[in-house]
Design a protein around this ligand. Structure first.
Ligand SMILES: NC(=O)c1ccc[n+]([C@@H]2O[C@H](COP(=O)([O-])OP(=O)(O)OC[C@H]3O[C@@H](n4cnc5c(N)ncnc54)[C@H](OP(=O)(O)O)[C@@H]3O)[C@@H](O)[C@H]2O)c1
Length: 402
């Protein structure tokens, strides 16, 4: 019998991490959890370690290393403890790790995603921000090392499933006319622009069809998530932004579609549950059970499709602009958005201020220099974060003065 595949779950305490562990726990004969990494949710991390008995347990917040150590000892778990921001990249290259699940949220996931790509691992990428920032570098590293990348984002996983299997990521698939990315539209899809302006973090995080982490929930509510996904799709599937259309599909049953030059349109359908793309990506090219509810088309009854409204949701238009500009602009947009979403969740910025911040940073950016090296991307990320912070500060001062 084949030895079980060693899996590292980076971002194990998050929504994708938990869904991944739920799929893995159904297939202990095929998968062994070798490493678990979280940022600071020590209680859940140790609980998971008690169940899966990984060889490595890591916390990105180095100040929590002692606590993890003590709690693991108390739970009778014999694991090597790693700590600090570099722990994720270290885990991604361990020889006993065959498969890396990149489920850290935000730019913090980039070093480990790149490391896994460079080390020839099977790389399951949920961390879309890493691809938005440095997609070409990740793909080039994977090409050099022979790493297999399978996208976990439900839309990109759906597209992956609808494309010919012989295609190479990053290159335009033969015979494809365009990609249709579906979007639920988020919790405010039917709200007026004025009503959306001042929604609360609680309202923004209450997604109608998906249960996700807070940052991606806010991104879904602004439609920035769809914009980041458009950039991600453009990089992964080698198509320009003009050949990727976003379609609002409120049932979240059709996860995306590929239109071919002969008029055929292939779609992937399923319940809105991330365990389907996770199980697909783990088992590909085979299939395995994921634990999801099977789709009952008679209960779904109808599938609706509408055009997105970039007037009410300007973040989508900004992402399309960034995709067209290319170079470091997607990384700039991503950084500005991360800062703005953080400020919104901390109640320092109104919901409408997220798009305003991203637009202001992109406008202030000036000439696009290019993003051929990691150093250039990280420098752009840092500068864009500073610009976003300054803009949010100025906006707050102007409002309190007014
Ligand atoms: N949720 C979904 O359905 C979904 C779907 C498609 C794509 N994605 C993408 O998948 C990624 C994860 O999303 P999520 O919804 O699972 O997020 P989440 O629930 O917020 O979980 C994030 C995970 O990353 C860890 N983390 C946060 N900051 C970190 C850092 N600086 N270093 C190391 N680990 C860190 C967190 O640890 P702590 O818990 O200890 O803070 C947690 O384990 C995002 O890029 C998102 O866009 C998510």
């Amino acid at each position: 019998m084949k030895a079980p595949t060693g899996v590292a779950v980076l971002g194990c305490t998050g929504s994708i991490g938990e869904s991944t562990l739920d799929v893995l726990r159904r297939h202990p004969q095929h998968y062994r959890v070798v490493a678990l990494l979280a940022r600071r949710n020590v209680a859940r991390l140790v609980e998971q370690a008690r169940e899966f008995r990984p060889a490595y347990v890591a916390v990105a917040d180095a100040s929590l290393a002692g606590e993890v150590h003590d709690r693991l000892a108390a739970a009778g778990v014999d694991a090597q403890v790693l700590a600090g921001e570099e722990a994720a990249a270290g885990i991604a290259v361990l020889p006993e790790v065959h498969c890396v699940v990149a489920a850290i949220v935000g730019a913090a996931g980039l070093p480990s995603t790149l490391a896994a790509a460079g080390a020839g691992k099977r790389l399951l990428i949920a961390n879309k921000e890493a691809l938005v920032m440095a997609g070409p570098l990740v793909l080039a590293a994977a090409r050099r090392s022979g790493a297999l990348i399978v996208p976990l984002d439900s839309e990109h996983n759906a597209i992956f499933q609808c494309l010919p299997p012989q295609g190479r990521l990053g290159e335009a698939p033969p015979g494809v006319r365009r990609i249709l990315l579906t979007a639920s539209g988020g919790p405010f899809r039917d709200w007026s622009a004025a009503a959306i302006e001042n929604v609360t973090p609680e309202q923004a995080c209450a997604h109608p069809t998906w249960n996700m982490g807070r940052k991606i929930s806010v991104d879904s509510a602004t439609l920035m998530n769809k914009g980041l996904e458009l950039i991600e799709a453009s990089l992964l599937f080698g198509l320009p932004a003009e050949r990727i259309d976003v379609v609002i599909h409120r049932q979240s049953v059709v996860h995306s579609l590929v239109e071919y030059v002969d008029g055929s349109v292939l779609a992937q359908l399923g319940s809105p549950d991330m365990r389907t793309p996770i199980a697909h990506a783990l088992a590909w090219p085979e299939r395995m059970a994921s634990g999801v509810q099977f789709l009952d088309l008679l209960r779904v009854a109808r599938l609706d499709f509408e055009a997105p409204d970039t007037g009410r949701f300007p973040c989508l238009a900004l992402a399309i602009e960034a995709a067209r500009a290319g170079g470091e602009m997607p990384a700039v947009l991503n950084a500005a958005n991360e800062v703005a979403v953080g400020a919104f969740l901390d109640r320092r910025l109104a919901f409408g201020g997220i798009a305003e911040t991203c637009a202001a940073v992109m406008e202030a950016w000036g000439r696009v220099e290019g993003a051929h090296e990691l150093g250039m991307i990280l420098a752009a990320d840092q500068r864009a974060r500073a610009l976003a912070g300054e803009y949010i500060g100025r906006r707050a001062t102007a409002r309190s003065a007014g």
